[in-house]
Design a protein around this ligand. Structure first.
Ligand code: GLN
Length: 231
């Protein structure tokens, strides 16, 4: 039964990224995953009438987990791409993002992506930034990390010259943990949209889309957005 009735009692596994602020990260005080994606998927589950069991892992593990049918739902700031659509289904888009470059605050050398040739550019394995760099910057030395925080650490210590990553994550890091130490440079490089992922052919996709639309219409989506991205 995929009607989504609140008494259906179904429980689904949700794969998420272990650290992609402010979409998902561990709150050490509560021991629970928190963030925009976490509030959104909990609200969707409430609305659609199912229970969820959230499991966090490296980002490339989320993608692989959806491809191999190991989890029912994936929400991890995952960009909808034609390549991924060959092996994964996506919900309607729920967040507009893009890619941007961060450098040390005192860096006057790298002002945009035109200055990346010969530079060490950190990013995260299995992501759209890695694809973007491979495709558009063959002259840069791309260094990939399993977690994006490691890339930011290496940028602060000067082991890499720049980091390329998702705008909301870079901005959050630059304005919080790395305040005064890192800055963004240049334009947003590639428009992207995040979608909730499902194994190919999943019957959950339409129910999740309906619930997402309801939350957009009734203002709950805006409340969650305001909580994590409001000024
Ligand atoms: N949006 C990026 C991608 O899909 C990175 C997501 C993430 O690190 N969680 O590749």
């Amino acid at each position: 039964d995929s009607s989504g009735d609140s008494d259906s009692g179904s429980k689904y596994t949700v794969a998420t990224d272990n650290n992609f602020v402010p979409f998902e990260s561990m709150n050490e005080d509560t021991g629970k995953m928190e963030g925009f994606d976490m509030d959104l998927i909990r609200a969707i589950a409430d609305e659609a009438g199912f229970d969820i069991d959230i499991q966090s892992m490296k980002f490339d593990g989320v993608v692989a987990g959806m491809q191999s049918d190991r989890f029912d739902i994936g929400i991890a700031g995952m960009t909808i791409t034609d390549k991924r659509k060959e092996t994964i289904d996506f919900s309607d888009p729920y967040y507009d993002a893009g890619l941007i470059i961060a450098v040390q605050d005192g860096n006057n050398d790298i002002k945009s992506e035109d200055d990346l040739a010969g530079k060490k550019v950190g990013t995260r394995s299995g992501t759209t930034s890695e694809d973007y760099l491979d495709k558009n910057h063959p002259d840069a030395e791309v260094v990939t990390f399993p977690g994006i925080v490691e890339a930011y650490m290496d940028l602060q210590s000067g082991r890499v010259d720049a980091v390329m990553y998702d705008v909301p994550n870079v901005k959050y890091y630059v304005n919080h943990d790395a305040k005064g130490k890192l800055k963004t440079v240049g334009d947003v490089l590639q428009g992207e949209q995040y979608g909730i992922a499902f194994p190919k052919g999943s019957e959950l996709t339409p129910d999740v889309n309906d619930a997402l639309q309801t939350l957009i219409d009734n203002g709950k989506y805006d409340d969650i957005y305001e909580k994590w991205f409001g000024e």
